[in-house]
Design a protein around this ligand. Structure first.
Ligand code: PRP
Length: 186
């Protein structure tokens, strides 16, 4: 069955156009998986996906990891149903795993202002892991106001509102297989 790969989509009444194709995403995610295989060849990492947005990236990334690894999830929310951050991070699900002494890889879909990652890194480091790295599919460097650690980035993008491949607009659009940009960003 072929995937639904439209050039344009409408989500919650707003028009979006294709920005990063499935082919570009697949290529980059495979490269990032290869980087993890090399960096953690001797250390079984635990990947921590930040819900909700990271679930598709994390699932694809893990399928490119050929070394032993584990996964757990942390759920944060700072955007609610809006296009801009509320400035307040809400913690909705804690980790189940103990990460003390573990090699942790935090997996995000996007780092925008950096507020969520700033909050999360403090929480994770408080639990005394052996090491922490941050991998994000997207990063908006011009929007990032917090001096957060970012180890690997899939794509650096300008300050545009993007949708799909896990990223939502008012909770919709996460199922899109490609990444789209809001037309009215122009
Ligand atoms: C998004 C995204 C990151 C965060 C990035 O989450 O998944 O966690 O915003 O923005 P920041 O760098 O400005 O903090 P959101 O709060 O929208 O929740 P979601 O993952 O459930 O969509």
């Amino acid at each position: 069955m072929s995937q639904f790969l439209p050039e344009r989509v409408v989500c919650n009444g707003e028009a979006f156009r294709l920005y990063i194709s499935k082919e570009q995403i697949d290529t980059r995610v495979a490269e990032l998986g290869g980087i993890i295989n090399r960096e953690y060849a001797d250390n079984k990492p635990i990947l921590i996906g930040i819900l909700n947005g990271s679930f598709i990236f994390l699932a694809d990334l893990m399928r490119h990891i050929s070394i032993p690894c584990e996964v757990d999830f942390y759920k944060l929310s700072s955007y609610g149903d809006e296009k801009v951050s509320s400035g307040l991070v809400t913690e909705r699900k804690m980790l189940d795993a103990s990460i003390e002494g573990r090699h942790v890889i935090i997996v995000e879909d996007i780092i925008d202002t950096g507020l969520s990652m700033d909050y999360l890194l403090k929480k994770i480091k408080d639990q005394k892991p052996a090491s922490v790295k941050v991998i994000t599919l997207l990063h908006k460097p011009d929007a990032t106001r917090y001096d957060v650690q970012i180890d690997h980035v899939g794509f650096e993008i300008p300050t545009l509102f993007v949708l799909g491949y896990g990223l939502d607009y008012a909770q919709e659009g996460r199922n899109l297989a490609q990444i789209y940009v809001l037309d009215s960003n122009d």
